[in-house]
Ligand binder design. Structure first.
Ligand code: SF4
Ligand code: SF4
Length: 132
């Protein structure tokens, strides 16, 4: 009975996500992304993101002390140390945007940005490996 109530309630809820406006869609998504990677086009998210949105992670290298706490809490092993430099690098393609690393960082070197258009054919592309 409880499940039926939950299902009925779902019918009247508004969607939790925004539809991507068709008027902004390029003719060929892959051709457009290639031109972005060549620096010939720029992505402008057409929808405003809500407060405290958890998008692509940002890393302030100067603030980082190399304590590695972020590495310990990351559930997806998206952060790796650079021991010689006492710094880190973050692989965005592995990140699940939980922000646990942000919460534990003692120097506030990590933050979540509004950037969410992150798809790429190359998970090791320069813009998907954050080194500060
Ligand atoms: S946001 Fe979560 S998954 Fe992403 S790097 Fe930080 S701890 Fe790891
Ligand atoms: S928790 Fe903060 S200070 Fe420590 S290694 Fe990670 S980013 Fe650097």
């Amino acid at each position: 009975m409880k499940m039926i109530k939950v299902l009925l309630r779902q019918l009247f809820l508004t969607p939790a996500t925004n539809k991507f406006p068709a008027k902004y869609a390029p003719e060929s998504a892959s051709a457009f992304l290639s031109s972005v990677h060549r620096g010939e086009s720029v992505l402008h998210p057409p929808v405003a993101v809500p407060p405290n949105f958890r998008g692509k992670i940002a890393y302030d290298r100067d603030k980082c002390t190399g304590c590695n706490l972020c590495i310990k809490v990351c559930p997806t092993k998206a952060i790796e140390p650079i021991p010689d430099e006492k710094k880190i690098k973050i692989f965005v393609s592995r990140c699940c945007f939980c922000a646990q690393c942000n919460d534990i960082c003692p120097t506030s070197a990590l933050s979540m940005t509004d950037e969410f258009l992150l798809s790429s054919y190359d998970k090791f592309a320069d813009d998907l490996v954050v080194t500060g």
